[in-house]
Design a protein around this ligand. Sequence first.
Ligand code: FEO
Ligand code: CA
Ligand code: CA
Ligand code: CA
Length: 572
Amino acid sequence: AEAREAAVGRFPFKPVAAATDHTIHVPEGYNWKPLAKWGQPLFSNVPDLDPAKGVSVENSDKVFGENTDGMELFVVGNHQLIAVNHEYVNPETNLPHAEKGNPKTADDVKILQNMQGVTVMEVAEDKDGWKIVLDSPFNRRIHHNTPMKLSGPAAGSDLVKTAADPKGVDCLGTFNNCGAGGTPWGTYLTCEENFNGYFGTTDAAFKLPDDYKRYGIVAETRYAYEKFDARFDVAKNPNEPRRAGYVVEIDPSDAKSTPIKRTALGRIKHENAAVVIARDGRVVVYMGDDERGEFLYKFVSSGIYVPGGDTSKLLDEGTLYVAKFSDDGAGEWLALTPETTGMKIDEICVFTRQAASKVGATTMDRPEWVAINPVAIEAYCALTNNSRRGEMKDGKLRANAGGDAMAINAANPREKNEYGQIVRWYPENDDHADGKFKWDLFCMAGNPAVHKDAYAGSPNINEGNMFNSPDGMMFDSTGLLWIQTDGEDTNEGNFAGQGNNQMLAGDPATGRIERFLTAPKGSEVTGQTWSADKRTHFVGIQHPDAPFPDGEGKLPRSTVIAIKRDDNVKIG
Ligand code: FEO
Ligand code: CA
Ligand code: CA
Ligand code: CA
């Protein structure tokens, strides 16, 4: 059986056509089932989500949260655990009693806070498929009030001290958990992306500090936490948003463990954290900052990873770098240090975007996930889109919030980039810790049915595989690249023929890309991992429209699905 599996080609599936309906399509010979839906209980004494009432405040930290995103599977003894992010909430559906979902009480705010963050859940497969193991001692919700530690160079800095935490080391909650990563030592890395949306103030006299602008922190928020929970009122706690925007390390094997915010990895709108061990054993973490004209980063640890050794400081001590892509196909990692930036080390870790602007990093078309090829020394980043690159305003090029002009460059070559691209780099000396790299574009997404010019996309894009806005991205163990999209699904105009969001597989060796899955209308496909035996591919469906997955008339629910082949051979 093993030999037969190995003999299956790079694309062991018949590609699926674009779709515009409300369900999932996978290739012939594959099947899918829901594993975990928004509001589904993790414990047996908790009821399932009631669409008319939502989830009660008492139960809101005991159910699977909303809007599933990045995920990783961990094997602990005989147990398989999935750690999975819940990026954001829809207040209207979580607070059905509140007009337009506007919180009316502190309990309303607490429900919203609890339905986001991270779930750790044990999963198991029986003859009917995969299920959450109710009441498993590993089951845990981490949310906006979970106690955490700040560590690394910004821990204890004046920039992160608050009245409630005068030492600047004990913080609460992780926010807008988007992409993720896993370490070789069995921990989960959850990434705080649009954290700015949770902090605000009703104090019209409060002048927002200058550093807020670069991160988009403004007075008014959708969630209105600041009206009921003073911690989120920036007039009272101006440092509180400086304690969010990090990569947070979680030990899924211990439900009592304290998550740790690793400030050495910088404060940006973190997409994911892709970890690889360099030739000499140092830990390399690649990270995108998802905003127009922001940058791509890399952390390299000072210490080396020794299996079974002490890993507690590996993500605290090291150097943060930002990428510069030259138009000749070469590239360089620029170190962010007090010498190169003129900033103190804690300032670099808290005001990372500002530090990166000082060294001349390349403005990118919204860096989303980074994926590292396990069978070749190369990495990929999905640059999802950028409708404003190259655009002029008042006689000046559009810039990011720090003022870095977004001129077109070879890695981000399109003015009004509605489709996105995937950039790939090859570290010099076959070493991910090296300071230099060569790069190329794995693909330029486009629409060859609508355009005959550069907006048709690169030669590996055709009418049978076209898509827009690549976002989630991960390699399977065989070296096949799985690309998920979060784009326009109007199927009209520039997007005609592309259908709903989708998941595709790409072959790094040939550049061939084939469509594997189409998602329900309104949703994006985000987050994926594989079972220990690689016979199941878990995939996240975020923000579907009705009626997914429960059918006509039911509330739409973001869902992690389990995909298998009917003959149960390995698929990852
Ligand atoms: Fe949450 Fe950049 O995606
Ligand atoms: Ca994303
Ligand atoms: Ca996206
Ligand atoms: Ca999303």
